[in-house]
Design a protein around this ligand. Structure first.
Ligand code: SAM
Length: 246
């Protein structure tokens, strides 16, 4: 079957999307942390801290962080809750390897396990985790519904899912300013700081193609989660969805 999907604004074969996404993250991996700080004026740090606060982590929780990249979320959890077990995972070797090296250098590797995996096909038994987190990763999945169902399958009863992702600004004027910033400034920043404007053009496009807050909430509920709600941050530029396995 030749099913199509989106890679930014381009239509591609489903079977090809993860290769294209892989190329983007291999290309940005070296400058990923610098670019995150520059693009968001450092705000991504606060958003991730809010996610960890909302997660209300239990002392001995077994946690899966999907699409960990360079490991910001595992780092926050590990430093605050050293008795947890955290699976730090990513589909991209360069991103995960950068995260693993950082975990060793910044002393948060002792309770982390590192797994190269696709979040759409989790290699874990049913009901393994107390908590699953994913920050700015779901947008890149080829089949988001499949990924969310896998997360539900891998969560224990009443286990928690937290999804931090770009979303849709609520205020129309702010939305226009944000569009201008995304399509004019972001690719230039990418070019200036990372010599890579295409990846940051993809970033802006992939955000526009991602379901907005309400749609994502419905997808999560349709995948079988209960008590799903979301919090808008920065007028909805980013949102955090929280939901529980039944
Ligand atoms: N979570 C980190 C953060 O918030 O800084 C990294 C986010 S980065 C924007 C997105 C990450 O998702 C990349 O490291 C990429 O390799 C990973 N990714 C993309 N598709 C994935 C998939 N299907 N399964 C697992 N990871 C994936």
């Amino acid at each position: 079957m030749n099913k199509k999907t989106h890679f930014g604004y381009k239509e591609v074969q489903e079977s090809e999307k993860s290769k294209f996404v892989g190329e983007v993250f291999t290309s940005v991996s070296e400058n990923y942390d610098l670019m995150n700080d520059a693009m968001s004026f450092g705000m991504h740090r606060l958003w991730k801290r809010i996610l960890v606060e909302l997660a209300a982590v239990g002392k001995n929780d077994v946690i899966l962080d999907i699409a960990s990249g360079t490991g910001d979320i595992p780092k926050l959890i590990s430093k605050e809750y050293p008795e947890t077990t955290i699976f730090m995972t990513d589909i991209n070797y360069d991103m995960l390897n950068g995260g693993r090296n950082r975990a060793i250098n910044e002393s948060f590797s002792s309770n982390c396990k590192f797994c190269l995996l696709n979040g759409e096909q989790l290699p874990f038994k049913n009901k393994t985790f107390d908590l699953i987190t994913i920050g700015f990763g779901l947008r890149n999945f080829t089949n988001k519904e499949k990924g969310i169902k896998e997360m539900r399958r891998s969560l224990k009863k009443n286990g928690k899912l937290l999804v931090l992702e770009f979303s849709k600004p609520v205020n129309p004027f702010f939305s226009k300013v944000y569009d201008w910033y995304s399509f004019n400034i972001l690719p230039k920043l990418g070019s200036l700081l990372a010599n890579d404007s295409d990846s940051y053009q993809y970033l802006a496009e992939s955000i526009r193609m991602h379901p907005d807050q309400e749609l994502l909430k419905n997808m999560i509920i349709e995948s079988g989660f209960k008590d799903c709600k979301f919090y808008n941050l920065l007028n909805g530029v980013v949102s955090i969805h929280i939901a529980y396995n039944d």
